[in-house]
Design a protein around this ligand. Structure first.
Ligand code: CTP
Length: 204
């Protein structure tokens, strides 16, 4: 049986990770494989560090989506894959990879996963986590400083120059492809219960 592929999209800081964690906790981690589009950011080790920090990481071309699509197709055919490991503090791929086996459910998350047709076509259920922009920005500032080793000034500059315009150009319009829009972020219990029921139905 081919795996059920569920896409979780939404702007930066919208709460995709919370939705994904909730699904893994309720359905059970053993039958789920999480594939994050973030793992497929292109390796920038050929550029000096300063130049890497100035890249537009919110444009679809910054991700090796073609490799992710190959991986999803391989999983559907029953093959294992080697997922790249991305380092957000240095903007490079690590030398090591993570081996992953096919599972009954494959969860895919990322800001841009609905904006590429071929990737979109791989998904059976598409969820979009919709969260107010001010809340997303607050979460992003906190996350980037605490987890990605960034300075406030840089986070704000990057947001204004790239994150916001790319969100308006690519992420927000891709909401139209969603089967279900989850308002108020990842802690929306009612929406998550509905999504769970839908998945259980698909599995039985
Ligand atoms: N990004 C970055 N530096 C890189 C690569 C990516 O700052 N070297 C940023 C991009 O600007 C993009 C963001 O990472 O906006 C994508 O991650 P995001 O969706 O914010 O993270 P998640 O934790 O997956 O999302 P959520 O908060 O919804 O759980």
């Amino acid at each position: 049986m081919e795996p059920l592929i569920i896409g979780v999209a939404g702007g930066s800081g919208s709460g995709k990770t919370t939705v994904v964690r909730h699904l893994i906790d309720t359905i059970g981690g053993d039958c789920i494989l999480l594939l994050q589009h973030d793992s497929y950011y292109r390796d920038l080790k050929h550029l000096p560090f300063e130049e890497r920090t100035r890249q537009n990481f919110d444009h679809p071309s910054s991700l090796e989506t073609e490799l992710m699509i190959r991986h999803i197709k391989a999983l559907k055919e029953g093959y294992q894959i080697e997922i790249p490991i991305y380092d957000f503090t240095k903007h490079v791929r690590k030398d090591e990879t993570r081996i992953a086996e096919p599972r009954d459910i494959i969860l895919i998350d990322g800001i841009l996963i609905f904006s590429e047709e071929e990737l979109r076509e791989q998904m059976d259920i598409k969820l979009y986590v919709d969260t107010d922009d001010d809340i997303r920005l607050l979460r992003r500032i906190q996350r980037d400083i605490l987890e990605r080793d960034r300075r406030l000034e840089h986070v704000l500059k990057q947001y204004e120059k790239y994150v916001r315009p790319m969100h308006l150009e690519f992420v927000e319009p891709s909401k139209r492809y969603a089967d279900i829009i989850i308002p108020h972020g990842g802690k929306n219990e009612i929406a998550l219960d509905m999504v769970n029921a839908l998945i259980q139905e698909h599995l039985t």
